[in-house]
Design a protein around this ligand. Structure first.
Ligand SMILES: [Zn+2]
Length: 264
């Protein structure tokens, strides 16, 4: 778990015409620009990171934190909601998370059991908007589809939304919780969720994957490539077949974890 000790902060990066990375190396935060304000996806570990990474990162890229309309939190671990209370209080922004994960976030000791190192997470915001399976969160011209993918946590939400590359529309997915859980029932849920998510990705024609933990899919390097060579092919557009392969590998890793558990 050395990745979690990497405290470096990659430069805020424009990934698509309408999508901006404002996270750290260990955990992501994404600003999705719509025609009616910004949807912020995840909020890093704590107030300090919201102040020192999200706000200045957005301003560097020409975005105004005052334009954030909602914070969608993928799951109830503090590295995703930690900065949400500060931003929500300062800018009067609603925060959305699934019902089971509002419960989880209200009991961070339970979240800590998931194998994470001692967290420096700020407290969760007060329970606010509830995200439901299949729901679409729409601002202006942009809808984010929420898919319940329990496993990593009971209420992990994965996301599908449009991104634009030089005006051309693509469809991106973000798996909401990557780490494979330790309990058998949760691993079984994880496998079911990955299969369900893959079938939705296939049906909708998703051709871009994004991660809320950028070390999982080499996003830090891909963002560096984007900044260094803005004219080259966007490395986040991997094509529909590769998207399905990516989700299948996650399901297979969970199946391996389950098999290991059953042979022990
Ligand atoms: Zn987590």
């Amino acid at each position: 778990m050395a990745f979690f000790k990497d405290k470096s902060v990659p430069p805020a990066t424009k990934i698509f015409d309408n999508l901006y990375y404002v996270g750290v190396s260990t955990v992501g935060a994404y600003a999705l620009q719509t025609s009616d304000g910004i949807i912020l996806i995840d909020a890093l570990n704590n107030t300090e990171e919201a102040k020192n990474v999200i706000e200045p990162g957005m301003r560097e890229l020409g975005l105004d934190p005052n334009d954030i309309k909602i914070i969608i939190v993928t799951h109830g671990h503090g590295d995703h909601y930690g900065g949400a209370k500060y931003l929500s209080d300062k800018y009067q922004i609603p925060v959305m998370m699934s019902e089971p994960d509002w419960t989880l976030a209200a009991n961070p000791q339970a979240a800590q059991k998931s194998g994470m190192p001692a967290p420096d997470w700020s407290d969760a915001p007060e329970k606010d908007l509830v995200a439901n399976d299949g729901q679409e969160v729409t601002y202006g011209d942009t809808s984010v589809k929420l898919i319940a993918t329990p496993g990593h946590t009971p209420g992990t939400m994965s996301l599908i939304f449009p991104v634009f590359e030089n005006g051309k529309r693509h469809l991106a997915s973000m798996w909401g919780g990557t780490g494979i859980p330790s309990q058998q029932g949760s691993i079984e849920n994880y496998i079911r969720s990955a299969k369900k998510f893959a079938s939705i990705e296939k049906e909708l024609g998703v051709d871009v994957t994004l991660s809320n933990h950028p070390f999982v899919d080499d996003s830090v390097k891909r963002m560096r490539d984007l900044r260094d060579k803005p004219e080259s092919q966007n490395p986040f557009i991997i094509g529909e077949q590769q998207v399905l392969n990516y989700t299948r590998v996650m399901s297979e890793c969970a199946q391996a974890a389950l098999a290991r558990m059953q042979t022990n």
